[in-house]
Design a binder for this molecule. Structure first.
Ligand SMILES: Nc1ncnc2c1ncn2[C@@H]1O[C@H](COP(=O)(O)OP(=O)(O)O)[C@@H](O)[C@H]1O
Ligand code: SF4
Ligand SMILES: [Mg+2]
Length: 373
């Protein structure tokens, strides 16, 4: 179990706007997701996979999105890039991209035409999917795939494109002679590096990585993650890093958002999430893996399994699994409430009962227009 915390206190929030003011920095926001809801509408009944999510990614920032399988992480990421197909439908919300190349007002991704979206994706927001083998073209050599990606977005001579492909493959640590290989001739780790090279091909400002190393063994996973972080330092892009593995994201991310049953239930700096988690679900996730530092402790895990998103009851969806559940949980709002402890930075949780309710003035972050910061 996590140790008891001092009660949190509500803090007055900053006015809404493109600056991120969570005490971490005042960096420019490059991706602002506001009130995003996404449902699958198959014949078996509506699945509310993402519900009223607010999340900001700042310039040069790594935001981790963690939660059990089926919590809606991929749906959120693909919905934000308009990559979902029916039966998925975006039912409300806004996604504003504010990269340097698109001007100070940004662009509303959800309002873009198909042609505008093709320009935006890859050039501005690139995605690295979990399974490289399914995303690479099996009948094209690595070099030709990278050149195709460059050719679609930049006006360059063939020679310059080949040179760029060679530089990219150097960047991700693959020998140049592998440019002539087909995907099936590469190891899983190399294929994933090729995907990362392709994501970097036209210098995007945001890279969304959806479980980019989950299929790889831990040694290769670690090497690739170190390389991603080194590239981020060198090239300055932002990352939305999605994983079911909270321990991984706590190592990598500046800020972490925890997702449960389609909702963000906690958002805060990685170190705050690691050392003073507010939401009982986050506490459960943390107690599911051993800590490398500190005292040995019993791994508790989380009893039960995530809810069926077709039949969500009102109130907190974590209630059937929560040791702190009380009668008010069946009607509680799932809006994030902001907390701060003296000496710590802004931290939001959707559970108003843990920590001590008497200290937390229950003005929601959503009321203030800044949830998810
Ligand atoms: N095509 C689909 N039709 C109906 N439900 C879907 C479909 N794809 C995903 N879902 C449901 O949406 C929820 C979120 O899925 P997903 O975004 O893949 O979660 P995660 O990435 O966190 O594992 C899950 O409950 C899943 O069953
Ligand atoms: S709202 Fe209730 S059930 Fe949900 S996390 Fe808080 S205490 Fe647990
Ligand atoms: Mg997923």
């Amino acid at each position: 179990m996590t140790e008891p915390r001092a009660p949190g206190t509500f803090v007055a929030s900053n006015p809404p706007g493109p600056e991120v003011s969570d005490g971490l920095s005042d960096r420019r926001a490059v991706l602002e997701i506001r009130g995003l809801s996404i449902a699958y509408l198959p014949s078996g009944g509506e699945v509310r996979a993402v519900e009223d999510v607010n999340l900001v990614v700042a310039a040069g920032e790594v935001v981790g999105l963690a939660g059990e399988s089926g919590s809606g992480k991929s749906t959120l990421a693909y919905g934000a890039c308009r990559l979902l197909r029916p039966p998925a439908a975006i039912t409300s919300g806004s996604v504003v991209y504010r990269g340097r190349r698109v001007g100070p007002d940004g662009v509303e991704v959800l309002a873009q035409s198909a042609r505008q979206l093709r320009k935006l994706r890859w050039r501005e927001i690139a995605i690295v999917f979990q399974s490289a083998m399914n995303c690479l073209n099996p009948v094209l050599k690595v070099r030709d795939q990278i050149v195709d990606a460059v050719d679609a977005h930049l006006a360059m001579s063939k020679g310059d494109m080949f040179e760029r492909a060679a530089n990219l493959i150097d960047l991700v640590g693959i020998p140049r002679d592998r440019l002539r290989s087909y995907p099936h001739e590469l190891s899983g780790g190399m294929r994933q590096r090729v995907m990362i090279a392709m994501a970097l091909a036209v210098d995007p400002e945001v890279i969304i990585m959806d479980e980019p190393t989950t299929a790889l063994d831990v040694v290769v996973q670690r090497e690739i993650l170190q390389q991603i972080m080194a590239l981020k330092e060198q090239l300055g892009f932002s990352i939305l890093f999605i994983t079911h593995d909270l321990s991984l994201v706590l190592e990598l991310a500046d800020r972490v958002a925890i997702m449960y049953a389609g909702r963000l239930v906690e958002v805060g700096r990685a170190q705050d999430i690691a050392h003073r988690p507010l939401h009982p679900y986050t506490q459960g996730l943390l107690s599911s893996f051993p800590s490398l530092h500190g005292q040995r402790r019993q791994l508790a895990g989380i009893p039960g399994s995530p809810p069926d998103l077709r039949n969500l009851m009102p109130g907190c969806p974590f209630a059937p699994r929560c040791a702190h559940a009380n009668s008010k949980c069946a009607t509680v709002s799932m809006d994030l409430v902001q907390f701060a402890k003296p000496g710590h930075t802004l931290h939001s949780s959707a559970c108003p009962f843990v920590p001590a309710p008497e200290e937390a003035k229950l003005t929601t972050a959503a009321d203030e227009g800044i949830a998810g910061r």
